[in-house]
Design a protein around this ligand. Sequence first.
Ligand code: MN
Length: 206
Amino acid sequence: MALYTLPKLPYAYDALEPYIDAKTVEIHYSKHHAAYLNNLNKILEKYPEISENSTIEEILTNINDVPADIRQQVINQGGGFANHNLYWSILSPNGGGVPSEKISQAIIEQFGTFDELKRQLKDAAIGVFGSGYGFLVMDKDSKKLEIMQTKNQDSPLSFNKIPLIIIDVWEHAYYLLYQNRRADYVERLFNIIDWDKIESLYNEAL
Ligand code: MN
């Protein structure tokens, strides 16, 4: 009984060099990401109707509908699965540069300038104490862009937010190449953020 499956990595392990090295991408994807997926599928064996009827995004959005005995495990492992699905999808060897189109208007409206968005997003990601993420999200009610931090594998979806940019600052995301220099990793990640993908996520979220 296959439940959720690992999305194919949309580029080769070495495609994000020199910003993220091939070994880090390989381990992060084939070990860490895959482990969250496998753990999630195992946890959901007890309640097959959940995975038959819902995407992982729907489950995390309605996290309080998940049976209490597995809820925290779904937050951890399901969050880990969904967060990494997003992470790989918003990076590209052809990324970088500055956003255009609709999202750039929303960025100007909310942050004044692109540089200010970048500054706030970097600060949020670098400032996570321990393991977690910095995000650019859209609030589902106000439709406004916001910067957000989450801890562990918590997903913005469980807090009424739609994630658009995710910056993984778990040490497994950068330690081989950057060691303790999390700020350098975060700064250089902007060279591979795929703004076309962010634009399409933004339009879907609207
Ligand atoms: Mn990770």
